[in-house]
Design a protein around this ligand. Sequence first.
Ligand code: KIV
Length: 273
Amino acid sequence: MSQKIKLTEGKITVPSIKKGRKISAVTAYDFTFAEIVDEAGVDIVLVGDSLGSVIKGEKNTLSVTLDEVIYHTKAVSRGLKRSLLLADMPFMSYQISVEKGVENCGRALSEGFAEGVKIEGGISVASLIERLSLIDIPVMGHVGLTPQSVHRMGGYKVQGKENRKKIIDDARAVQDSGAFSVVLEGIPSDLAEEITDRLKIPTIGIGAGSKCDGQILVLYDLLGLSGGTPPKFVRQFSNLREASTKALKEYVEAVKNENFPDSGESYTLRKVQ
Ligand code: KIV
């Protein structure tokens, strides 16, 4: 029986994420933004556990569940044609044992339709990455400032000042166990550059300077939707929060003034003779 393979022109796949060209990545959590991000030509879409903060309004990512990640990944998958879709494995979905981790990462692919997973940690998750690679579940690693370790770090603090060697060793362990790429978060630019030069797999930076092979940002930060003061490493490419508030104020006024809906926005019954 021949298998039907549907090819989308220019589809970003795991093997196409290579060094040699700059890689753009963002997070997304729903169908509509997935369509927008895909149309804009973003290479990688990550359903980040940052959904804990931007979707659920939590202080950190620790309460995000695998079912929530799968729910959002499935929604995003329906909006993507070209971008590579990765699911971020939440806290306690892969730390208990390699077996449990493999089973849960498998669910992200079979139920969420992700094309790969992202896992925080270096040497500590190397054996899991090895197993996943053996059974063809592509893995993006994540070292440096790992938000699921917020309590160990004592907050979201730049890493690699005192533990530079540990971060280099973590990044190498992620590569050697079979990951296809690695996120470098919250580390000094020169350390990110050194790791990028040493690794064969592409590095994707966030708060790690411009010398990484690619960059990733939380979509709501990039679009200026998040409230409060953005972290130093964020560039707001738009101010959708201000634009949305303005639009909503105009709507409230229009409702109050009976200016909305007008006759063109209303249905009328035609009299039948
Ligand atoms: O959860 C997330 O959004 C992330 C990225 C920003 C790297 O882990």
